[in-house]
Design a protein around this ligand. Structure first.
Ligand code: GDP
Ligand code: IMO
Ligand code: MG
Length: 420
């Protein structure tokens, strides 16, 4: 039971990157299990901000092994750019990063299809990051995908051309302009970059390391409310972002799982379309966006902001089997006289705590109000030094969820962390 899973409980951007980096010293291996370059995981080290898309957030610790698992969809062009911008030389990075041969490739055609599909959805757009995620997972499920291991096949170019033709056939039905060559050049350079790394059947590696007693942290991307099965379908991503996704995305048994750590922001954000019951389209929402710098790490889009949603949080805790909660960004809420928490929903006049099946349901949030905290808290490192009002806010969440909050993040830097 030495594989812990850390994942987001809301709509993504809960602060996973920062926390994984801060926790990495306690682990031997950090492994991504799903998603792809739609993720944007930020971490800050001595005032330098890094945003990771494909590479696990343990990469800045030279003595840790990072794994990109089979459940991830990998765009070689994004990979190359990220490797080049990371800082450490490639010769060092190849010692710290291993990639699954079974990870599916995002092809140039996938990015074009993603854009074409979104374009034709009119006002029902998902708000995709347009990184090719949906079409790449579609090809995986329809057994047309190309995988990382295929780049070593002498007929790789033939395989690539075959799938490109399939994509071009689909695109004929869409009146959508695109520039394939623009994507292709960078993509093939990325394939060459990938070949420098150790490409292997990482499921063996993960299980061998775990059997030797090494501590592994599985790093989720996106969040539970964006899960393909349990999120607000169709306004979701195309992978299983939940704890069971870690088993399928890395190839280990549920019997090996230790802690399932759920991260949530002290408030809520969402980027892209879809239901967001506690959204604040007012000055308070603007304040949260401004103070929390709530702009997408991958696309730069402004994030929608709102109060904490307990029915959604409890749903996420149930689906994932969360054993510990980590709260992030309460520092952003300093200065509010009172803060609100949604404790239930009103749907068609009836109060309930269940997440409705239909993403078009009109939900009215039912709030309770708690005292706010006024102090600047980013310098605090001991739990007992946090303002009483914040501790009461955390007590309330623990009471309503039944799960202990064992870490409070008080700023974006890895040091700005209060362990409890
Ligand atoms: P991720 O996708 O879950 O890794 O989260 P993102 O990196 O997309 O978004 C979280 C944002 O909040 C980033 O800009 C982080 O640097 C920042 N952040 C993380 N934790 C904290 C915190 O406790 N306080 C503040 N103020 N910012 C934080
Ligand atoms: P991290 O890992 C926040 C959202 C998109 C869109 C929907 C589908 O940084 O938390 P996709 O590109 O997957 O087809 O988009 O999911 N989305 C995210 N929102 N954080 C993310 O990742 C996201 N990855 C995808 O905005 O609404
Ligand atoms: Mg993010």
């Amino acid at each position: 039971m030495n594989i812990d899973i850390l994942l987001g409980l809301q709509w993504g951007d809960e602060g996973k990157g920062k926390i994984v980096d801060a926790l990495s010293p306690a682990y031997d291996v950090i492994a991504r299990f799903q998603g792809g370059p739609n993720a944007g995981h930020s971490l800050e080290i001595q005032n330098v901000k890094h945003v990771l898309h494909l590479i696990p957030s343990g990469i800045f610790h030279p003595d840790k092994l990072n794994i990109i698992g089979n459940g991830v969809v990998l765009d070689p062009a994004v990979f190359k750019k990220e490797i080049n911008e990371l800082g450490p030389p490639v010769e060092d990075l190849v010692k710290r990063l291993v990639i699954s041969t079974r990870s599916n490739l995002i092809l140039p055609g996938h990015r074009i299809l993603d854009a074409a599909y979104e374009h034709h959805k009119g006002n029902l757009k998902i708000g995709s990051t347009l990184k090719g995620i949906g079409p790449a997972y579609t090809d995986k499920a329809s057994r047309n995908g190309l995988r990382v291991g295929d780049i070593l096949n002498k007929d790789f170019l033939k395989l690539y051309k075959k799938q490109l033709n399939n994509h071009l056939l689909i695109l004929k039905n869409y009146s959508f302009e695109f520039d394939l060559e623009e994507y292709e050049a960078g993509w093939f350079e990325g394939v060459e970059m990938l070949k420098k790394f150790r490409l292997t059947n990482t499921e063996y590696l993960v299980n061998e390391l775990s059997d030797k007693g090494k501590k592994i942290l599985a790093e989720g991307a996106q969040g539970t409310m964006l899960d393909l099965d349990f999120g607000s379908y169709p306004y979701v991503t195309s992978s299983n972002t939940i704890s069971s996704g870690a088993c399928t995305g890395l190839g280990f048994s549920p019997r090996k799982v230790g802690e399932v750590i759920g991260i949530f922001k002290a408030y809520c954000t969402r980027v892209g379309s879809g239901p967001f019951p506690t959204e604040l389209n007012d000055e308070t929402g603007d304040q949260l966006r401004k103070r929390g710098y709530e702009y997408g790490s991958t696309t730069g889009r402004p994030r929608r902001c709102g109060w904490l949603d307990l029915p959604a949080l409890n749903y996420a805790i149930m689906i994932n089997g969360i054993t510990r909660l980590f709260i992030t960004k309460p520092d952003v809420m300093s200065g509010f006289g009172t803060v609100k928490v949604c404790i239930s929903y009103k749907i068609d006049g009836k109060e309930c705590k269940e997440i409705p099946y239909d993403s078009n349901s009109s939900i009215e949030p039912v709030y309770t109000e708690l005292p706010g905290w006024q102090e600047e808290i980013s310098g605090i490192r001991k739990y007992e030094d946090l303002p009483d009002a914040l501790k009461k806010y955390i007590d309330f969440i623990e009471k309503e969820t039944g799960i202990p909050v064992s870490l409070v993040s008080v700023g974006p830097d890895r040091q700005e962390t209060v362990f409890r």
